[in-house]
Write a protein that binds this ligand. Structure first.
Ligand code: ZN
Length: 190
């Protein structure tokens, strides 16, 4: 089932999440729905707060970024922890399904070690680099209640203020189902 994506302004996006039981059947159903929702919105990552759930869970499929290089990077992260990050930070112009119409350069370290539980309940420990590392860092931030616009300079933040306000009011045109924080004069499309 395709779920509505919670837009900027919904408090669930800025609230740190709680650990979750990976063996809970409801979680398995949620994982399925999250992949479906992510693909429908042409995303490469989706975190549980983005569908209104304050739990430590995100999905990623980096093949959506480059199918040749990242065909093996379809993964589920339950209760992930970034253990360490290393390397010279690099800039990339990021976007976010919860903040449509806004993009911005974000510096992140290129190599990370992550511990997490997979969809089979197995604990994993692995290094990631390049785009998969960046997607994981972006989604991991979501689990901490942190949005990528938080990395923008004060000037850039000021420049996108009106756009953020429009997203909050549900006035930004989006071609996937969304849930706005303050829908103005209308109902949320669910
Ligand atoms: Zn995001």
């Amino acid at each position: 089932m395709i779920l509505p994506i919670y837009l900027y302004g919904n408090p669930v996006l800025t609230t740190p999440t709680l650990e979750v039981d990976p063996m809970d059947p409801a979680v398995l159903g949620l994982i399925h729905d999250m992949f479906e929702t992510m693909y429908a919105a042409s995303g490469v990552g989706l975190a549980a707060p983005q569908i209104g759930r304050g739990i430590k869970l995100f999905v990623m499929d980096a093949a959506g970024f480059d199918p040749k290089r990242f065909s093996e990077e379809k993964r589920v992260f339950v209760n992930p922890v970034i253990i360490q990050e290393e390397g010279e930070p690099w800039l990339f112009n990021e976007g976010c399904l919860s903040i449509p119409d806004v993009r911005g350069d974000v510096m992140r370290k290129p190599r990370i070690q992550v511990a997490w539980t997979d969809q089979d309940g197995k604990r994993q420990l692995q290094w990631f680099d390049d785009m998969p590392a960046r997607i994981i860092q972006h989604e991991y931030d979501h689990l901490m209640g942190k949005l990528f616009v938080g990395y923008f300079s004060p000037l850039r933040r000021q420049m996108i203020q009106r756009r953020l306000e429009s997203i909050r009011k549900g006035m930004t045109k989006v071609d996937y189902p969304v849930f706005a924080a303050l829908p103005q004069g209308g109902r949320n499309k669910r």
